[in-house]
Design a protein. Structure first.
Ligand code: LLP
Length: 426
């Protein structure tokens, strides 16, 4: 079972970590996101244990982009996690959630001067530098501020992560990182000739939803070789940031456990005597969250369409990456018969489809369903397309539940807009 946190419990229907999802849908309406602090915490510990078992000196930084709610960041901060942020906004969120500045790393291909100044001002743990140009900018900004920015070079290792092309980041033609053969000369320059920066090491991120060991191994071997070259040149390397990317089994993929990642890191980087960092997002958060929706109607046409009240504006992953999310009715099906349906949202786009030709227990108008593994890259990628207010978010933990983001109202959407006063109302 890929979802040990989900089970049917008689009249309570589908239960997540002890809490009836039907109760939440009744109380807060649909669509509604539910995130389990228990699952988040369990996975955080499982990940740390995998590294601990191999005696690896590792700092875990949660990739905030996957799930940016402050309550989730707080849960992970309690587990000893830092944060990997990609914008000034995420940096402020992480700080607001109580994550210490020195436990924050800042990655991102287009950091503005303002964002860099914010990071330098707070003296965050590490800025991962994406280009020569950015290096010069950071050096100048930090000197102006009479500070030294701790930085690492993000290496583009030119490796194909063998995942969906929209989430592959480590090929030479991708926009990320500094070409690995350009690193040694630049490293020397930064370490000897740039008083605004303290260059501590290298960072690499290969891609996301990676479910095989080979690309991780290849990428980290390249980094290890680079570290040896730099050290032979008398340069100083104390930190390596291994990025994120560990995938999960959305469907029936053979997704490797964190032990695989820890083994690969131990074998490739373990004897370098460096402080290691990882930046996992999806693996931690995806299975901790579900999206609840209600069936608006069942339309019988060329196919049977189950139309639900969540759309691609809520969860865009299927439309954007053709990704597969499990779908479970909240009421335990009383038959083993299934029917082949398309589960679709209400948005006026053909790509607003959650499942094509999926075998599911019979669903009828009014039934509630859960879309699984929606805790990562779900809420954070939502939009208000079709003037659909952002859905509510509920956190559960033990027998407690709390609304952590109330449903946006249409008034809130409208009040942000202004109609120029030269446009007379008709
Ligand atoms: N570090 C860096 C520098 C990243 O760019 C990413 C993800 C991560 C860490 C975290 O990767 P993870 O452990 O979550 O795989 N929206 C897409 C995923 C985009 C991932 C972008 N970078 C999706 O829904 O599949």
């Amino acid at each position: 079972n890929n979802h040990p946190n989900l089970s049917y419990e008689g009249r309570q229907g589908l239960v997540m970590d002890g809490t009836s999802l039907t109760d939440i849908a009744r109380e807060h309406g649909t669509p509604c996101w539910v995130i389990s602090a228990d699952t988040l915490r369990q996975r955080a510990h499982a990940l740390q244990d995998a590294f601990r078992a191999r005696n690896l000196p590792i700092h875990c930084h949660f990739a905030v982009k996957a799930q940016d709610h402050q309550a989730c960041l707080t849960v992970l901060a309690h587990c000893g996690f830092g944060a990997d942020v990609v914008s000034g906004g995420e940096l402020r969120r992480a700080l607001a959630a109580g994550i210490r500045a020195r436990d924050i790393v800042f990655s991102g291909i287009g950091k503005t001067d303002d964002e860099l100044e914010l990071a330098i001002h707070h003296q965050i743990g590490q800025i991962n530098v994406e280009s020569v140009e950015e290096l010069h900018r950071i050096n100048a900004l930090a000197q102006n501020m009479q500070q030294r920015a701790r930085i690492a070079f993000r290496v583009n290792p030119d490796i194909d992560a063998q995942t969906h092309s929209k989430i592959t980041t480590g090929r030479a033609e991708d926009k990320f990182g500094i070409a690995h053969d350009a690193i040694p000369a630049l490293y020397r320059k930064a370490q000897t000739d740039m008083p605004g920066v303290e260059l501590v090491g290298l960072a690499v991120h290969l891609g996301s939803q990676m479910v095989t060991a080979a690309p991780f191994r290849k990428g980290y071997e390249r980094i290890a070789a680079l570290v040896r070259t730099l050290r032979e040149d008398g340069l100083h390397v104390s930190d390596i940031d291994c990025g994120g990317g560990l995938g999960i089994a959305y469907r029936n993929e053979q997704a490797p456990p964190p032990a695989m990642l820890a083994d690969v890191i131990a074998e490739t980087l373990g004897d370098l005597d460096v402080q290691l960092h990882v930046e996992p997002g999806r693996w931690l958060a995806a299975p901790a969250g579900v999206l609840l929706a209600r069936v608006i109607d069942v339309k019988d046409a060329a196919r049977r369409f189950v139309i639900i009240d969540a759309g691609m504006n809520d969860l865009v992953r299927p439309a954007m990456y053709d990704s597969w999310h499990g779908i479970l009715p909240l009421n335990e099906p009383d038959t083993t018969t299934e029917e082949c349906v398309d589960v679709v949202g209400p948005i006026c786009e053909s790509s607003d489809i959650f499942a094509r030709q999926r075998s599911l227990p019979p669903l009828k108008k009014g039934d509630l369903v859960a879309l699984l593994d929606a805790g990562a890259y779900g809420t954070v990628m939502s939009s208000t397309y079709n003037s659909r207010p952002l859905a509510a978010q509920v956190m559960i933990e033990g027998d407690r539940k709390a609304i952590i983001r109330r449903r946006q109202t249409l008034e809130e959407l409208l009040v942000q807009e202004a109609v120029p006063d030269w446009l007379a109302r008709p």
